[in-house]
Design a binder for this molecule. Structure first.
Ligand code: GLU
Length: 513
């Protein structure tokens, strides 16, 4: 039950089964925003009780991803906290007591069926066109503590037979539930089976038991998680009742799925591979040797990535699209999260990145791009890179674009764009360019506006065409008759280099046709 006086405590509870999907990052983000907004706590709990699906490296990946995104945890596997440990495999000893408590209260029972017996029952049902369900119709007929005499149950346990504890789903009851996003939900228990809560084989709880026990012990006030857990909600409600914890049951919010860019269905790694966008925050090197691209390595800024994710499934109800983390914390509203799935748009992700790149200080961009310049053999100080970047950053989406677009400020062109040459490298233009060369040689070339005004006066005074001459100049300097403001380029590369480039073009291209 959520009451307003309760301290807000939320958790992100991933299972370390592989790379963290961006849908999972969004779940973490919404939890984080909600916690911060309410001055509450955000907890990272690792749910690693399914040893079959455990993937080494996944936990470290999750932690690094959250850090990259700027999602800070208050308690969790790394920093510990009042409810440590936060890794379920290290809490192993806690759960059996709770499973047994449910058996003692009549809310659960022992079942001794072997995997083979269960398999046979499944196959038999299938051959009759039915699906086998372990539920009220079979629980008193199979090898369970509800069917066997108590002595035999005790004996089986004492001699070390394998058993599981199953939840005894009540018969024909409408479970009444509330979801912050979806409203009131009612489900009849006759459609639900008796889920396994604990297994003697590995002495581990299943997700359902561990999740409820830990949410209770960790005093979680709100459970904010993906829509795929909605079918488990009736069982979870009933578990709270069975334990007598209804008073402190958390409030629930099930987030909509992230959908493919086109069509229906959940956004998958396959979609990313097919259309060339990442579905994971960081590069993921799987233990099997395969790898998958990440937003970080593709050149996304974490703030842009977070901003984009925040708006997938929630909208502020205004036109505002750019939100810093602090603005998100203020504006986020769990009740305004949509029920319908949110379609992922890779172009919009790029758009966000371009917006953030633009507002990042030049000096920071220079730092960010230093390794890319170095990789390309361009020896440039950060100060100089920052100046270069300031000329073109409006046109970049990724940091590598900043280098692409400024490369020629540092490296004299050796090839000239054929189309531009055919269009502008005409003898008439070239002879005027050589006159302009003299003007530039006599200029200081330290102030783009002043030099441009001077050139302009000279062009107009002679009755020449500014367009023709400037494009010819640009071709000589830049190798193509397009690019950033030409006088900014000239001032940046300096007078000597300006004249040298004009001469180099003339030497390579001749005097024009
Ligand atoms: N371990 C579950 C997962 O991997 C947690 C679901 C929940 O938040 O209850 O998503």
């Amino acid at each position: 039950m959520s009451d307003n006086t309760r301290r807000v405590r939320v958790r992100f509870a991933p299972s370390p089964t592989g790379a963290l999907h961006i849908g999972g990052v969004r779940t973490a983000l919404y939890n984080y925003l909600f916690a911060r907004q309410h001055g509450g706590d955000f907890i990272l709990r690792i749910e690693d009780t399914d040893s079959q699906r455990f993937v080494p490296g996944a936990e470290a990946y999750i932690i690094e991803s959250l850090k990259w995104c700027g999602i800070e945890t208050d308690e969790g596997v790394e920093q510990g906290g009042p409810h440590a440990p936060y890794r379920q495999s290290e809490r192993k000893d806690i759960y059996l007591k709770y499973a047994k408590q449910l058996v003692d209260n009549g809310w659960a029972y022992y079942a001794f069926d072997s995997a083979e017996e269960l398999d046979n029952m499944r196959k038999e049902a299938e051959s009759e066109g039915k699906t086998f369900a372990y539920d009220q119709s079979v629980r008193t007929k199979l090898k369970t503590s509800l069917a066997l005499p108590q002595d035999e149950v005790n004996e089986r346990i004492a001699r070390g037979d394998q058993w599981v504890i199953r939840f005894k789903m009540p018969e024909n009851e409408d479970v009444q539930m509330d979801d912050i996003i979806r409203g009131h939900i009612s489900i009849n228990t006759s459609t639900l089976d008796d889920k396994v809560l604990y297994k003697s084989a590995d002495q581990l709880p299943t997700y359902h038991l561990a999740n409820i026990v830990d949410d209770h012990l960790m005093e979680i006030s709100h459970v904010i998680r993906g829509e795929e857990w909605l079918p488990s909600l009736p069982l979870h409600y009933l578990l709270y009742r069975a334990f007598g914890w209804e008073e402190t049951r958390p409030a629930f919010a099930h987030l909509p799925l992230l959908l493919k860019p086109q069509g229906q269905g959940k956004l998958s790694k396959r979609d990313g591979d097919k259309f060339g966008f990442p579905v994971f925050p960081l590069l993921w090197n799987a233990p099997d040797g395969s790898s998958a691209m990440g937003y970080r390595e593709e050149g996304y800024l974490p703030q842009a990535f977070i901003n984009m994710l925040a708006l997938l499934g929630w909208n502020p109800g205004t036109e505002q699209e750019i939100f810093s983390m602090d603005e998100l914390i203020k504006a986020f509203n769990l009740e305004k999260v949509s029920k319908a799935g949110a379609r992922f748009n890779p172009d919009k992700a790029k758009w966000f990145n371009a917006q953030y790149l633009r507002t990042t200080p030049d000096a920071e961009l220079a730092k960010m791009t230093a390794p890319i310049y170095a990789e390309r053999g361009i020896d440039v100080t950060e100060e100089r890179a920052a100046q270069a970047i300031s000329l073109i950053k409006e046109r970049a989406t990724f940091p590598r674009d900043l280098v692409d677009l400024t490369e020629k400020l540092f490296i004299r062109p050796t090839a000239y764009d054929e189309k531009s040459v055919n269009k502008f490298w005409k003898s008439d233009n070239v002879s005027k360019l050589m006159q302009l060369r003299d003007i530039l040689a006599a200029d200081e070339l330290t102030d783009p506006a002043r030099s441009e005004a001077k050139a302009h006066d000279w062009v107009v005074g002679n009755g020449y065409s500014m367009g023709q001459i400037m494009n010819t100049l640009r071709l000589a300097i830049w190798g193509v008759s397009q690019g950033p403001s030409i006088f900014h380029i000239l001032v940046f590369i300096g007078k000597d280099e300006t004249l040298a480039r004009i001469d180099a073009a003339a030497a390579t291209l001749g005097q024009g046709a």
